[in-house]
Design a protein around this ligand. Structure first.
Ligand SMILES: *Cc1c(COP(=O)(O)O)cnc(C)c1O
Length: 376
C-alpha cells in the first residue's frame, strides 16, 4: 500500500460514511410537525445516552465547549473578585471563560514533558481569593486529576475539569469529565466526537450542578415554566438535528477512539528511540491517555515541520505563545512572572495526524518520515 500524496491533519471526509443519515435527519426534523429545532426530544435523548454511558449524575448539552466552560464555572459561583488558576499552556477559552464571569485567571506553569498543568505550580498560586482550579487535559495526556482532587479538597476550592479533548479517556478507572465537580466535552468538528457544527456538554457527578447548568443555558428558566427566570442565564442551547446525528454516531465512537489509540501506540513505539535525538514522544501506556492529537516535543521543531510538509504530511504547532503572554490576557499576568515550561512547550510541541481515517500505510509513512528526520 502506498500512502496518499497528501495527508491532512484533520480529515476532510469526517462525516462521509454518515452523510445519508444526516440528510435524512435534516429532512425528517425539517418537515416534522413539531418544528422543534433546539432543546427538544433528541437533545434529551442524546444527553441521557451520554449520562448513562458515562455514569454521570447529569449531562447538559449546550452551544459549544467554550460555553460549557462558562456554564460550569458559573454553576459553581465563580464571579467578580474570584481567582481561578488555569494552565499557562492551552487554548484561549481556559482564560476567557474566567474573564467572561468577571473573575481573574491566574496562570500556572505546566509539566515540561506532558504539558498539562503542574499541580505543584497550581498550588503555589492559590491565594485567599482562589475560588476554583481548572486543569485541562492536553493533546494525548490527562492532567494529574488525583493530585488536583486532593489539592482542591485541602484548599477548599472548586475543581472544574477542561476535558474538552478527552471524551472516552479513563484515568485510574474514572472517566475524563467526572474527576472534576464538572467537566466538559466539545463536539466542534475536529474533536474526537466532533459533529458538523458547534456544540458541547457539561458533564457532572453532582445533580445540583447539572440543574444549575440546565437553567443557565436557557436564560435561567427551569424548563417547566417559561418566562420565569431564577438566575441570570444565557443562550447556550443545543441543536436537535445535531443531537439526533450524534446519537446515531455514538455507537461508532469506541471504534474510532480505539483506532486513534492504536495509531498513537504505534507512533510511540517507533519514536521511543528518538527521545535521545531531539524528538520526544508522549509517555507510553493507556491509563489517562486521550488522542485528540498526537504531539511530540521536537528540539528543532521548525525543521521537523518543514521536513514533514515536504513529504505531504500536515502538522500543527499548537499554542506557540503561552496564554499570559497573549495580548488578550497579558493584563492578568503578574509583572515579572514567568512560565518557562509553557514557553518551551510552545517552541517545541508539534502535533501529527492521528485521526481514525488514516490507513496503516499513512501511519507508517508518517512514522518513517519522523524517524528519518531524527536520523534513525
Ligand atoms: C476545543 C477546546 C475547547 C473549546 O471547545 P469549543 O467547542 O471549540 O468551544 C476548550 N478547551 C479545550 C482544551 C479545547 O481543546
Amino acid at each position: 500500500m502506498t500512502p496518499r500524496s497528501h495527508i491532512p491533519f484533520f480529515p476532510p471526509d469526517l462525516f462521509e460514511a454518515d452523510r445519508t443519515v444526516l440528510l435524512d435527519l435534516l429532512l425528517e426534523l425539517g418537515l416534522a410537525p413539531e418544528q422543534r429545532f433546539v432543546l427538544g426530544e433528541h437533545t434529551r435523548r442524546f444527553e441521557r445516552l451520554l449520562q448513562e454511558s458515562l455514569g454521570a449524575a447529569d449531562v447538559v448539552a449546550c452551544g459549544s465547549g467554550t460555553s460549557a466552560l462558562d456554564l460550569a464555572l458559573s454553576a459553581v459561583d465563580v464571579g467578580p473578585g474570584d481567582e481561578v488558576v488555569v494552565p499557562a499552556f492551552g487554548c484561549a477559552p481556559l482564560a476567557a471563560s474566567v474573564v467572561h464571569l468577571g473573575a481573574t485567571p491566574v496562570f500556572a506553569d505546566v509539566d515540561p514533558y506532558t504539558m498539562v498543568a503542574d499541580p505543584a505550580e497550581v498550588e503555589r498560586r492559590i491565594t485567599g481569593r482562589t475560588k476554583a482550579v481548572m486543569p485541562a487535559h492536553v493533546f494525548s495526556v490527562m492532567a494529574d486529576m488525583p493530585r488536583f482532587t486532593d489539592l482542591a479538597r485541602r484548599h477548599g476550592v472548586r475543581l472544574i475539569e477542561d476535558s474538552a479533548v478527552a471524551q472516552g479517556a479513563v484515568l485510574d478507572g474514572t472517566p475524563a469529565g467526572l474527576w472534576g465537580e464538572a467537566g466538559v466535552f466539545s463536539f466542534v468538528q475536529v474533536k474526537s466526537f466532533g459533529m458538523p457544527g458547534e456544540g458541547g456538554v457539561v458533564v457532572t457527578r453532582d445533580a445540583g450542578i447539572g440543574q444549575r447548568v440546565r437553567m443557565l443555558r436557557n436564560h435561567g428558566q427551569d424548563g417547566s415554566r417559561r418566562f420565569l427566570h431564577h438566575v441570570i442565564g444565557r443562550n447556550s442551547r443545543f441543536d436537535e438535528i445535531q443531537a439526533a446525528f450524534q446519537t446515531h454516531r455514538f455507537s461508532g465512537l469506541p471504534r474510532r477512539l480505539a483506532r486513534r489509540a492504536a495509531v498513537a501506540e504505534y507512533y510511540t513505539e517507533r519514536f521511543a528511540p528518538l527521545a535521545e535525538r531531539g524528538v520526544r514522544p508522549p509517555p507510553a501506556g493507556k491509563d489517562g491517555r486521550c488522542y485528540y492529537v498526537y504531539t511530540v516535543l521536537a528540539d528543532r521543531r521548525q525543521a521537523l515541520e518543514r521536513h514533514l510538509r515536504e513529504r505531504g504530511i500536515d502538522c500543527h504547532a499548537y499554542y506557540p505563545l503561552p496564554l499570559p503572554l497573549q495580548p488578550a490576557f497579558a493584563a492578568f499576568a503578574a509583572p515579572g512572572d514567568r512560565w518557562p515550561h509553557a514557553e518551551s512547550a510552545g517552541r517545541r510541541a508539534l502535533s501529527l495526524p492521528v485521526h481514525p481515517q488514516l490507513t496503516d500505510a499513512d501511519v507508517e509513512y508518517i512514522a518513517d518520515a519522523v524517524c528519518a528526520f531524527a536520523g534513525d
